[in-house]
Design a protein around this ligand. Structure first.
Ligand code: C2E
Ligand code: MG
Ligand code: MG
Length: 762
């Protein structure tokens, strides 16, 4: 034995050394197995070694195989273990791999130290996937203790490694689901995981829609996109390929050959160009066995799935089921959190969420958005009188009529109770269309509603606010629409009110009142009264101020302060002012024609009017029309008129002055009176505001200011007219201060045109 492994020649020669090593190995095994029952023959032992599921081999000092069991031979693709004798790893592996083994083995034999439980990734000598092994290599010694070779024992770890990978992948997927990652991402990772476990297989997940009718793309990272698109949205049925059929029957469908299986009849043309031959599809089920979708594997071979493939499909459908169900659950929760139970309409939370997006788009596209706040009139009476069930019926019906009455781009929301919102995105710049649609909605709700045991009729009040004029955010629009709705209620039921502009918070007049005023202008509901202005010394009438009133059919004579601001805000001041101007001219002409002394008529002009480019022309035309010398017309401007657009104001004044038209500054001393404007603009007269006169002559400050204003006016060659003179004391002070003219109740209240001739007679 001491000559064992003597030379290569010996092994090659006849195997005497080999036999000796085998004998030695067997003896060693026998010796190490202390509990081996007596009588076991070495031959038997050899047979057992061949039966081992592990790899077992012995190599000589040159790392040549001396003995190997059947497992080793099979792994090298050899039928007979004898064929291995004398071969080295260099004969089977690529050079680098073989050298790695060789050097490690030489090291073991040189040092005499075993290496145990090494995890090795071994390239498959037959090609294909690499193999994982757990390997131990021990030095083989003779009786004298000299190392004569080595013993190798390996166990195939590939399956265990795969299982581990799979478990890790599965854990990762479950984590993704728990983290609520997008469903598409989870499903795609799932398909990739399964595909990584298999060779030549592509996976696909399809999802069934809520109606249980069509299958839609879920994930198919390695199927041709063209194929996925072609089957996207397929209607399921008893013979709709593998997936459509599996979803229809709730059973796995194994098609070994798509070119002959009758279930693929209609899809053969589609599939032919992609080269698939077999397709095995399994339904993805909920815990209650409802179909959520399908998981399918495609192969290019005509065959049935292997046991392993079936096992992987089971795992995949299980995880896909969890992922899809979880998503549906989330969607359901989201829906419930954003929708109202009774009517199924979106709720306030949904409104806020959606409005942010709607307003964002409206802003970037320059579109308007109208929010209508709708409240059912007297709903409490229905609830109290007919019971809550009837009340619920009414709300449901109102909700469904509204939802059916709007476009897909619009939104109907139930805020709670009997309060609803309609959000309309304007398609054009015409607001008229929107208002008509809202009124139509109001009309639709008027039709009787059938409750369980009786018919009821309801009306509703609507408040409207529009983006961007009535608010920039969902909250602002909601608040303003609510306010407008509240006014609608106050004005009676079944009405619609519009919130007005953010800039004039205190004036929120209903659309109908604006409409009314518009009508009033054309139907002669307006009337002018005239307040005389007198010479303080002689009490002779020097002129009159025209003051407009609205002879309202139900409200009676409405003073200007109640509708001029609205007219200014809505733009109606232009036609209104034009009417006043013409009426004043007509009346002045009439008085002159009656033979009265010619009277200067003062007309009040608003800022919007005065900055209208056509204003100067309007004045010229009006005086011409009534053949009135323009010097009989005086235009009263306030400082705010001048401040709006000083340049344009000066232009207009300069255009009118040559005609002889006069100008007075009205309400001087009531606000931010500035000396500058008196110097800049060509005024003829200064009207000292009533608030200054009021405190005269008792208040020392008022006296001082009054005197200052009068002397200032005289320096600038302006005639001073004191406004709102009510008492003799005030008149006496004005005489003393050399104020030329006055206007006020002390002399006369505003009179009708007919009263003027008599007043002049006095
Ligand atoms: P204003 O131009 O300062 O007109 C004088 C206002 O003082 C008138 O009120 C007049 O009735 C009132 N008044 C006159 N004397 C006295 C008095 O002794 N005591 C008191 N307490 N009040 C007196 P009215 O007619 O209600 O007009 C209010 C304002 O409406 C006017 O103030 C003017 O700013 C505006 N307004 C009137 N008519 C027109 C118009 O045709 N166009 C425009 N743009 N504004 C007008
Ligand atoms: Mg005035
Ligand atoms: Mg005034």
């Amino acid at each position: 034995m001491n000559e064992a492994f003597a030379s290569r020649r010996d092994i090659d020669a006849g195997g005497a050394e080999t036999r000796r090593i085998i004998a030695a190995t067997e003896a060693l095994l026998a010796a190490s197995a202390r509990n081996t029952p007596d009588g076991i023959e070495s031959l038997q032992l050899k047979a057992i070694i061949h039966e081992l599921p592990d790899f077992f081999y012995v190599k000589d000092r040159d790392s040549r195989f001396v003995f190997a069991n059947a497992m080793v031979a099979r792994s090298f693709g050899l039928g007979n273990d004898e064929d291995l004798a004398g071969k080295r790893d260099f004969d089977f592996f690529d050079f680098e791999t073989a050298r790695g083994y060789f050097e490690a083995e030489q090291e073991i034999m040189a040092s005499g130290e075993a290496r145990l439980d090494m995890e090795e990734n071994v390239p498959s000598p037959a090609g294909g996937r690499s193999i994982w092994r757990l390997t131990s290599k021990l030095p083989l010694r003779n009786e004298r203790g000299a190392v004569v070779g080595l013993i190798g024992i390996s166990r195939d770890l590939t399956e265990r490694k795969r299982q581990e990978d799979l478990r890790r992948g599965q854990a990762h997927l479950l984590e993704m689901i728990a983290r609520n990652e997008p469903l598409e991402t989870v499903l795609e990772a799932l398909v990739l995981l399964i595909e990584a476990e298999l060779d030549g297989i592509s996976g696909s997940i399809l999802m069934l829609d809520r109606e249980g009718r069509r299958l839609y793309h879920g994930a198919a990272p390695n199927l041709p996109g063209a194929y996925s698109r072609m089957i996207d949205g397929v209607i399921i049925g008893p013979n709709v390929g593998s997936c459509g059929t599996a979803a229809w029957t709730s059973e796995p469908v194994i098609v070994e050959d798509v070119t002959v299986d009758p279930r693929w009849e209609d899809f053969r043309g589609v599939v032919a160009q992609f080269g698939f031959r077999s397709c095995w599809s399994t339904p993805i089920l909920t815990a209650q066995n409802n179909v959520l979708g399908t998981f399918a594997l495609y192969s290019n071979q005509v065959r049935r799935p292997t046991a392993r493939e079936i096992e992987l499909v089971a795992l995949a459908t299980h995880i896909a089921g969890i992922a899809i169900e979880r998503k549906r659950g989330d969607e359901r929760i989201h829906f419930m959190a954003h929708h109202d139970d009774l009517t199924g309409l979106p709720n306030r939370a949904f409104f806020k969420e959606r409005m942010a997006k709607t307003l964002y788009h409206a802003r970037s596209s320059g579109r308007k958005v109208t929010v209508a706040y709708l409240d059912v009139d007297n709903f409490k009476d229905i609830n109290d009188g007919l019971g809550h069930a009837a009340g619920d019926d009414v709300l449901k019906e109102v909700a469904s009529r509204m939802a059916n009455g709007v476009r897909a781009s619009d939104m109907v929301v139930r805020l709670g109770g009997d309060e609803f919102l309609v959000v309309l995105v304007h398609q054009s710049s015409h607001d008229a269309g929107i208002m008509r649609r809202l009124r139509d909605l109001q009309k639709v709700l008027l039709k009787p509603i059938q409750t369980q045991n009786q018919q009821v009729s309801v009306t509703c009040s609507i408040g409207v606010a529009s983006f961007p004029s009535d608010g920039a955010t969902a909250e602002e629009l909601l608040a303003n629409a609510d306010r407008a709705m509240y006014r609608a209620k106050q004005l009676g039921r079944n009405t619609l009110q519009h919130h007005h502009g953010v800039c004039d918070a205190e004036i929120k007049l209903p659309v109908s009142e604006q409409e009314e005023l518009r009508q009033a202008i054309v139907t002669d509901q307006l009337v002018l009264h005239y307040q005389p202005q007198v010479d303080v010394m002689t009490q002779q009438v020097t002129g009159v101020e025209a003051l407009v009133r609205w002879n309202h059919p139900s409200r009676g004579l409405v003073p200007p302060n109640e509708f001029i601001p609205m007219a200014e805000e809505s733009g109606l001041i232009i036609p209104l002012g034009l009417w006043v101007l013409n009426e004043a001219c007509r009346q002045a002409r009439k008085w002159q024609d009656m033979g009265l002394q010619p009277l200067r008529v003062a007309v009040n002009v608003s800022a919007k009017q005065f900055t209208d480019p056509d204003f100067a022309r309007h004045v010229a035309e009006a005086t011409e029309r009534y053949d009135l010398a323009p010097r009989w017309i005086e235009l009263e401007l306030t400082e705010s008129v001048l401040m709006q657009d000083a340049e344009r104001a000066l232009e207009t004044m300069n255009a009118l002055r040559p005609l002889g038209v006069r100008f007075s500054i009205d309400d001087f001393g009531s606000g931010y009176s500035s000396l500058a404007s008196l110097k800049t603009f060509p005024f003829d007269r200064l009207k000292m505001d009533r608030s200054l006169i009021e405190a005269l002559p008792g208040d020392k400050t008022a006296v001082a200011i009054g005197l200052a204003v009068i002397s200032l006016a005289q320096t600038l060659k302006l005639t001073v007219v004191a406004e709102g003179v009510e008492t003799d004391a005030q008149r006496d002070f004005l005489r003393f201060a050399k104020c030329e003219e006055a206007q006020g109740y002390r002399f006369s209240r505003p009179l009708t045109a007919d009263q003027i001739p008599a007043f002049l007679q006095k």
